[in-house]
Design a protein around this ligand. Structure first.
Ligand code: MG
Length: 243
């Protein structure tokens, strides 16, 4: 199975071989089981500001910066982008609601274990997230101590264009100093998968949310697992095809 997926990937991009040096991880829905809370916080924020965003739409827009999501909603409702002030106010409200649930501190089962394996195998680990929340560093340090320093992180603050634009993952490649065929991406969101695929990186989708597998596969994911734990358990089998 994995061998065929790798062959298809190489053919699609005209690369000769995969030679793994770095694993690029998305954060929400991958390292933290935070998506249900994000979706709920967005839905409540939408209700407060009459934005017309449903919880399932929040899942579908995962990976976008808050600014991008709000501009889509404002365009739909009022035919214009949101102003900087509106974005600031609404995003602050969303973070406030999110923090009341205090669920951001739930690490994804299997995440610490797979990172330990990847480090033991000698591969770099890079974080590529659309999040810009200031509490990011603290919770990464708490649950994944010593893995994520600022020089291995791409956040909403480091990019001009968020996912689905390829820029975040291209920046991740730059940080690792590797070519696209020397990395894999681990992503749970359709727009994140699209960003990684557009950056020509082999993309491992984790369907950790309520959507259908097809949503992720249709964006070009090269292989799909249904949990971080499954990916972790399969790592020793699949890694030989990636290097
Ligand atoms: Mg995610």
């Amino acid at each position: 199975m994995t061998e065929k997926n790798v062959t298809e990937y190489l053919q699609e991009h005209g690369f000769e071989k995969l030679h793994l040096k770095a694993v690029l991880f998305d954060m929400d829905g991958v390292l933290f089981d935070s998506m249900p809370t994000h979706a709920r916080a967005w839905a409540e924020t939408s209700e407060h500001y009459h934005l017309g965003l449903t919880e399932s739409e929040a899942y579908e827009n995962e990976g976008r910066t808050a600014k991008s999501t709000l501009n889509i909603l404002f365009q739909r409702n009022e035919g214009r982008d949101a102003t900087e002030e509106e974005i600031k106010e609404i995003y602050a409200y969303k973070i406030k609601v999110y923090n009341t649930y205090n669920a951001e501190t739930i690490p994804m089962k299997g995440a610490a274990e797979i990172m330990k394996k990847i480090r033991q195998d000698g591969f770099q680990i890079i974080l590529v997230t659309g999040s810009g929340q200031d509490t990011l560093m603290a919770r990464l340090q708490k649950f994944y101590p010593g893995v994520f320093t600022k020089d291995v992180m791409v956040t909403a603050k480091n990019v001009n264009h968020g996912k689905p634009h390829p820029e975040p993952y291209l920046k991740g490649l730059q940080l690792a100093n590797v070519h696209p065929w020397e990395a894999v991406v681990v992503e749970n969101a359709p727009l994140g998968v699209r960003s990684a695929v557009n950056a020509k990186i082999f993309t491992i989708a984790l369907n950790t949310g309520p959507m259908k597998d097809e949503k992720l596969l249709n964006e070009g994911a090269n292989i799909l697992f249904h949990s971080m734990q499954e990916f972790c358990d399969e790592w020793d089998r699949i890694k030989k095809y990636l290097q």
